[in-house]
Write a protein that binds this ligand. Structure first.
Ligand SMILES: [Zn+2]
Ligand SMILES: [Zn+2]
Length: 328
């Protein structure tokens, strides 16, 4: 899915964003700015990796003052693009830059979540399922299907864009472009944002979304291709993760387990959560509270699966489980 880049005049400065459904942005800024506002829309659309890069460059531009005109921004975008890593075929000049003025009393079309409370609740359930996960767009759609949701493409785009603007989810390009400068030279590295693989595992091929060569990760290819233009949808950290991060100020019954897993096995926070979930599963046969808690959360699941990319450390995650099992 390609996206558009646009600027919005907020509090005396131009602020740059990406969108795959402007209707969501119109409503968001209408509510946020409480009155008339202006947007500057760049066309054509760009791939996610390109759009994120351009948005970040423009956000750092020194010409963000409110009096920057359409022509000034046109020059700035062209200069930025031509000095950047992407080809002219992806953003051919002259491109279109349209100023959109919205009045205080303009009708703002709102669809999807704002019209249907049922959808809103279903969407919240989806967001709960997304906690601690990083999914490709196809996987996100599969998640909807497993929840029995059959939203149109338009509603899906609207919901996703609204959640992104409200920072309920994070959107990342599948491959990260890292620029470093040292000893007067700049180097560029690419890294997969799903499995963490670096440059050596990147493969370049022509891509119709980027309209030029674009890298994908060979390391995690069996789980679906992650390109620089692929969208990774990341959920918020769960409350447990947040508590864990601030564990010094709280005490929970499971805190000792967590401390043990980290201190003895050296597990990371994400590995610890997976191990803990396994320990809860094993405990359900012996402990009524755990059993009910687990059954409630997992609809009476009989099997436990740890699912993670290659190299995530699944083996280490099951050490605590294998130690515990013989003593049960
Ligand atoms: Zn990868
Ligand atoms: Zn691409």
């Amino acid at each position: 899915m390609n996206v558009f880049v646009y600027g919005v005049l907020d509090n005396g400065q131009w602020y740059w964003e990406i969108t795959f459904d402007l209707r969501a942005d119109f409503l968001f800024w209408h509510e946020r700015l409480q009155g008339a506002y202006q947007l500057m829309l760049l066309e054509p659309d760009l791939s996610l990796g390109q759009a994120m890069w351009l948005k970040n460059q423009l956000a750092a531009s020194s010409r963000r003052a409110a009096n920057a005109t359409n022509d000034k921004w046109r020059e700035e975008i062209q200069r930025t693009w031509e000095s950047g890593p992407y080809s002219r075929s992806a953003l051919p000049a002259p491109f279109k830059l349209t100023l959109i003025k919205k009045g205080r009393n303009d009708d703002i079309v709102s669809i999807g979540l704002h019209n249907h409370n049922g959808d809103k609740k279903e969407f919240q359930k989806l967001l709960d399922k997304l906690q601690g996960r990083s999914l490709l767009l196809e996987e996100w759609k599969q998640l909807q299907q497993t929840q029995g949701l059959q939203w149109s493409e338009a509603t899906q785009r609207y919901c996703l864009q609204t959640a992104y603007l409200r920072q309920t989810i994070h959107l990342l390009p599948g491959i990260k472009r890292i620029e470093r400068a040292a000893w007067g030279k700049s180097t560029v590295q690419y890294q997969c944002q799903r499995c963490g693989s670096s440059q050596e595992r990147m493969h370049w091929s022509h891509c119709h979304q980027c309209r030029e060569l674009c890298p994908y990760c060979e390391e995690c290819l069996t789980m679906g291709r992650v390109r620089s233009c692929s969208m990774l949808i990341q959920g918020q950290a769960s409350q447990e993760d947040k508590d864990y991060a601030h564990q010094g100020s709280m005490v929970t019954p499971e805190l000792n387990w967590k401390k043990h897993l980290v201190a003895y096995w050296g597990l990371s926070p994400a590995q610890t959560e997976a191990s803990l979930a396994g320990l809860r599963f094993l405990a359900q046969d012996r402990n009524k509270d755990s059993r009910e808690h687990f059954a409630k959360r997992n609809k009476g699941a009989q099997h436990f699966l740890i699912w993670a990319v290659t190299g995530a450390g699944k083996t280490e995650m099951i050490f605590p489980l294998s130690i515990r099992t013989p003593f049960n």
